[in-house]
Design a protein around this ligand. Structure first.
Ligand SMILES: [Zn+2]
Length: 359
């Protein structure tokens, strides 16, 4: 679950005050006036965090008539806010912010602000955005009467993960998950699903993405449909149809050099053994991520992984690293069991198709 919050704060300039922004004391001719150290950015972030967690605002938590908070370092307040939201089970996903000031210049201090805030909040610096702008000499900011700051924060609830991790440690055995997955498929292996394949080349780092639909009929029968290629196999013959060139290559399935038929892509993990299992987040739900022993496919892969649905052990993602180091993610969507007539796996050439029979 995600929650978003917004915060806004303004402090006016005054003589004889420090100018603290984002926890950094910035040398300037004037400082910011306020009950605390008047750290305008930190206050905006406090309000964004409290708002996202549904915990009110900074004024109710740290009233400005309480002498306890007189001239207090706002990092202390931010630390307390962090504690409050953590108690509620929230985790900070990221924070973004804007400081609006004509002077002093914010940019030279931005890195230090990020470091300070990330230490207080105990999150990575990369999760904190700080931008600075002037207001083109317009308004109170433009007349250098004060500084304004705005922040947004995104929080997520973490108890689901903790719960899942704890039951995981107790109840989940990687081998029984694989058995459960084999049970899901049964022995008919007649399925239809959409897939998305994302490959990254180890050499160039280049990424290839493909989408398609695969129907499997068991016994090496399959129909693979992609935008630029359709492949049919009836278990004996293989048709490779290029819809753009209107050309079909017909081969014997047994002549294929690569014995890894697409129908196997889905099922090959079932022939391996699972080494370990850990929970992973996939499309907002916790799933079982199994690390597999790739030795059965050692000619092709040096690493294999499958992510299984905790509901029925059906596969959601497959991951492989081949022996050259290229890695591939296969995401499976809309997986359904079916019973497909023999004609599903035979190619019917549209009129005007150029047939090249290589059998
Ligand atoms: Zn304030």
């Amino acid at each position: 679950m995600f929650k978003i919050g917004i915060g806004f704060d303004v402090h006016r300039f005054a003589e004889g005050r420090r100018c603290v922004i984002g926890g950094v004391d910035i040398p300037h001719s004037k400082g910011l006036l306020g009950h605390s150290d008047a750290d305008v950015l930190t206050h905006a972030i406090c309000d964004a965090l409290l708002g996202a967690a549904g915990l009110g605002d900074i004024g109710t938590h740290f009233p400005d008539n309480n002498p306890k908070f007189k001239d207090i370092n706002s990092q202390v307040l931010l630390g307390q806010v962090k504690e409050e939201i953590t108690k509620e089970g929230f985790k900070i996903e990221n924070i973004d912010s804007i400081v609006m000031a004509e002077k002093p210049k914010i940019n030279p201090h931005r890195a230090e602000m990020k470091t300070t805030l990330s230490k207080t909040l105990e999150i990575e610096e990369a999760k904190i955005g700080i931008k600075a702008t002037t207001t083109e000499k317009l308004g109170f900011v433009g007349r250098e009467e004060g500084i304004a700051a705005q922040a947004v924060a995104l929080l997520s609830k973490v108890f689901v993960l903790l719960f899942f991790v704890s039951i995981h440690a107790l109840a989940v055995n990687p081998d029984s998950l694989l058995k459960c997955s084999a049970k899901y498929f049964g022995d008919k292996h007649e399925f239809k699903f959409d897939f998305q394949m994302l490959s990254r080349s180890s050499g160039t780092g280049g990424e290839t993405q493909r989408r398609g639909t695969l129907i499997t009929g068991g016994k090496d029968r399959f129909t693979l449909t992609m935008p630029d290629m359709q492949i049919y196999s009836d278990g004996t013959n293989l048709w490779q149809y290029n819809p753009l060139q209107k050309q079909v290559l017909i081969k014997l399935l047994s002549d294929l050099e690569n014995k890894l038929y697409p129908s196997e892509v889905l099922f090959r993990y079932l022939g391996t053994t699972a080494i370990s299992v850990k929970p992973e987040l996939w499309k907002g739900s916790m799933v079982h991520a199994l690390t597999l022993d790739p030795s059965k496919y050692k000619d092709q892969f040096k690493a294999m992984e499958v992510w299984l649905s905790p509901k029925d052990c059906s596969p959601l993602r497959l991951y492989t690293i081949d022996n050259i180091g290229n890695d591939t993610w296969y995401s499976i969507e809309n997986l359904s069991k079916g019973s497909f007539p023999e004609s599903t796996f035979k190619f019917k050439a549209p009129a005007g198709t150029d047939e090249i029979d290589m059998r």
